[in-house]
Write a protein that binds this ligand. Structure first.
Ligand SMILES: Nc1ncnc2c1ncn2[C@@H]1O[C@H](COP(=O)(O)OP(=O)(O)OP(=O)(O)O)[C@@H](O)[C@H]1O
Ligand SMILES: [Mg+2]
Length: 422
């Protein structure tokens, strides 16, 4: 948040951050936490009349029984503490008593809504935490947020580049009602070396389970037609196979397994649409979390016998199915694939990584494939451009010298030819 804070707080306030070593984890919504810190920092700025010293600290804290006795709503225990301290005017006891009330503000009309602190309070309460204020007129203010410690491992942000893709030879049951998605997933998992079973709904999946096959992981859509819910399926399957690993997938952010914007403890979710790489990584991650180490003879899908003329191909396509299909085919040809689902993401990748070929859809949700190609070329004139399109021509293709056209729908042979040509 460095940049954002600097710009918001202004040059005349010194900002210091003190982060304790061995910091514990907490499970909260990152955006809400950022908003809370930002709100506290803005209040601090206003209280200092834009000059002074702002300190943001993070550390581990233990709220003991005697503290809990004094604060009715506090549960004694371990917390991660985030505090914001300023050298501003401070608050009188009267102001402090009302500061967290919605719409309470001492700021001039039109300057403050009085909602800042009440939002901070709401977020902390919702996260099972506690807020404490220390303030005296003329002495500045410290606001401490206590967020409950979580024993879960840190959730690594999904990165495009998170290490090699590995498969395994466990058995995975794929439950998905959309046939196209199901077949693609089955093909991807199969190629990764897994034994794959499939079912179009929860009821049929249960039949597979009840036949007695040893399933290691259930990969199921959250929302499916039919009388049996996916969560019911999981419960019934776990009765038969207690060590079962489960990965849900869903296109909905709000659904039966997500409560208040966060997942129930121990629930794994892969949001749709997902890339082939994301699927492969997530599956391995779930196995690892469940303490299942990949078996030795596990195949690696890194192209070991990569031909000498292997290319790095950036595939930009917003349709997840087409993208995964294309990625598979390009990989099969021994090339390295990087996937992007929007033009801007592709542009960002192209500006940070060496690529040989940009294979892009023309109609993208943000910038057009043509614009993307021109921007990539401006940075890297040597990159070969391939437009994938359902039309005969691409508007503005003249501005991208040497660009090729891959006519949709395309198959292995067409991709092979166009990549051989470039
Ligand atoms: N760091 C601080 N130092 C002194 N007074 C503060 C501080 N933080 C909050 N206050 C007091 O608490 C009041 C309520 O704060 P709150 O953030 O809820 O609303 P606001 O800052 O007035 O408006 P908004 O945040 O919606 O712009 C403030 O108007 C101010 O009087
Ligand atoms: Mg405020």
């Amino acid at each position: 948040m460095d940049d954002l804070l600097r710009r918001t707080i202004g040059e005349a306030v010194e900002i210091e951050t003190v982060i304790a070593g061995g910091l514990w984890n907490t499970l909260v919504d990152p955006t809400n936490l950022e908003n809370a810190v930002l709100n506290l920092a803005i209040n601090a700025r206003d209280a200092m009349d834009a000059r002074g010293h702002l300190t943001i600290e993070a550390g581990n804290a233990f709220l003991d029984d005697s503290y809990a006795d004094l604060h009715a709503e506090v549960v004694a225990g371990q917390y991660v503490q985030v505090s914001v301290t300023d050298t501003g005017t401070g608050m009188t006891p009267e102001v402090m008593a009302q500061a967290f009330e919605p719409f309470f503000s001492t700021k001039p009309q039109g300057k403050g809504t009085g909602l800042g602190l009440s939002m901070v309070f709401g977020f902390v309460k919702q996260s099972g935490g506690h807020v404490k204020v220390y303030s005296e007129p003329g002495q500045g203010t410290t606001i401490k947020l206590y967020l409950p410690r979580s024993m879960q491992a840190e959730d690594a942000p999904a990165e495009i580049d998170a290490g090699p893709i590995v498969g395994g030879n466990e058995t995975i049951l794929v439950v998905e009602d959309d046939e196209a998605v199901r077949e693609t997933v089955v093909a991807v998992l199969d190629e990764l070396g897994y034994r794959v079973l499939k079912a179009p709904d929860a009821q049929s999946a249960l039949v597979v389970i009840e036949s007695g096959v040893a399933v290691d992981l259930l990969f199921t859509d959250v929302v499916m037609p039919g009388p049996l819910k996916s969560t019911e399926l999981v419960r019934k399957t776990k009765e038969r196979i207690p060590q079962l690993s489960v990965l849900f997938t869903s296109g909905y952010t709000e659904n039966s397994i997500v409560h208040g914007g966060r997942l129930d403890e121990g629930v794994n979710l892969l949001s749709k649409p997902y890339s082939r790489d994301a699927l492969a990584r997530k599956i391995r991650q779930v196995f690892t979390r469940d303490g299942k180490i990949p078996r030795l003879e596990m195949p690696s899908v890194e192209p070991e016998k990569a031909p000498r003329d292997a290319l790095v191909v950036l595939i930009c396509e917003d349709d997840a199915i087409i993208r995964m299909d294309t990625a598979d085919m390009v990989q099969e040809l021994g090339h390295t694939v990087i996937e992007a689902e929007t033009g801007l993401k592709a542009l960002q990748i192209a500006s940070t990584r060496e690529i040989d070929v940009l294979l892009t859809d023309v109609g993208l949700p943000d910038i057009s494939g043509g614009e993307l190609a021109r921007k990539v070329r401006a940075q890297r004139p040597e990159v070969a451009i391939v437009f994938a399109t359902g039309h005969d021509t691409v508007a503005g293709i003249d501005e991208v010298p040497g660009a090729s056209v891959l006519r949709k729908p395309y198959q292995f042979a067409q991709i092979q030819k166009v990549l051989a040509d470039v």
